[in-house]
Design a protein around this ligand. Structure first.
Ligand SMILES: [Zn+2]
Length: 343
């Protein structure tokens, strides 16, 4: 079969790899029908050291079950399924509490299994815990939004939940990538009254407004902080969603949170960071981390199926598997917000 392998910064190839096969009784093999390139895939795309063996890429996928091991109970051959960006058992103490991203048997695509999303098929370990059966056919029109649930929409939702967004709150979203845009959707869904999007890219700002942003702040750094305070009666927002992962964005989120407010931190930290004393002196809570996408996928599925949210609109480019290397380039050059791979 064919799959995406990264060999170093800027070096993404689609090549022949061993076929995905069942290796144990709790595995399933899924033929991938939709996958995506993630903003977090761009960090290795910028910085990965050269590797002889390469690294299989992709952690967002939807597909059709080709085979299921003898102990798999919840999925069967022919089911259309989606998988979250982390593999989990669905049964441990943290999974039962809804924090599947802290599963004691958590696994990463391309690590816990040789396979990863950006390829023709995957072996899925712990299939019962990981996979969610979808109530639609393999090429249903809802596919982009369902695919968004596997990572970016779950992550944007986690930022909003972690930051305590609720009815009547003032929210600011730091980051205009796919996660930040999904954070706007999540904030509106949870009843925020004011949603300030921080960003400057015209197409992304336009989408943020369509998703429910009430204000846009295009300044950066201290000027952005000042502008958010002006828009919120001088105090800042109840909930700041940090959807970038760089120190300046974290500092901005902490600075624009009002006293007693909260920062929902979901941008994967790319630097050693010291959040600083500002959070302490304002009684600002900092929460977040990797989203328990497996739990949120089920929670948000009815909203997608009934058309209340449409996170699939963050996909502004569709690529075939062979076009994946150019998809990385396009996202890295900020030509595309997010690329969906159709197989
Ligand atoms: Zn678990």
């Amino acid at each position: 079969m064919r799959a995406t392998v990264m060999y170093g910064a800027g070096d993404v190839r689609v090549e022949n790899v061993p076929d995905a096969t069942l290796a144990g009784p709790t595995d399933a093999v899924v033929e991938v029908t939709r996958a995506a390139i993630c903003g977090s895939d761009l960090w290795p795309y910028k910085t990965m050291e050269r590797s002889e063996t390469g690294r299989r890429m992709g952690h967002e996928l939807i597909g059709v079950v080709e085979a299921a091991g003898s102990n798999v109970r919840t999925v069967k051959k022919g089911d259309v399924v989606m998988a979250p960006f982390l593999i989990c058992d669905g049964a441990c103490v943290f999974c039962r509490e809804g924090l599947h991203s802290s599963c004691i048997n958590v696994g990463r695509w391309g690590v816990a299994t040789p396979d990863a999303g950006q390829g023709e098929a995957v072996r899925v370990p712990q299939a019962d815990g990981t996979l969610v059966v979808l109530p639609v056919g393999r090429d249903d029109a809802s596919m982009p939004s369902l695919l968004a649930l596997t990572d970016v929409m779950a992550t944007g939702h986690h930022a909003a939940v972690s930051a305590g967004v609720g009815p009547g709150t003032a929210v600011a979203v730091v980051g205009d990538g796919a996660v930040g845009l999904c954070g706007v959707i999540a904030a509106r869904r949870l009843g925020a009254e004011q949603i300030i999007a921080l960003g400057r890219h015209p197409a992304r700002i336009a989408l943020a407004k369509e998703f429910g942003a009430t204000d846009v702040v295009s300044e950066r750094g201290d000027e952005a902080i000042e502008r958010v305070r002006e828009l919120t009666g001088g105090f800042g927002v109840h909930s700041a969603l940090e959807c970038v992962g760089l120190e300046q964005a974290v500092v901005t989120a902490l600075e624009i949170a009002r006293p007693g407010g909260a920062v929902g931190w979901v941008g994967v930290p790319q630097e050693e960071m010291v959040p600083g004393g500002v959070a302490f002196w304002k009684n600002v809570r900092v929460a977040g981390g990797p989203a328990p996408a497996r739990a949120y996928m089920e929670e948000l599925l009815p909203d997608v199926m009934e058309g209340r949210i449409e996170p699939g609109r963050v996909f502004d480019r569709i690529a075939s598997l062979d076009e994946v290397p150019d998809g990385y380039r396009a996202m890295n050059d900020r030509e595309a917000i997010k690329v969906m791979i159709e197989l």
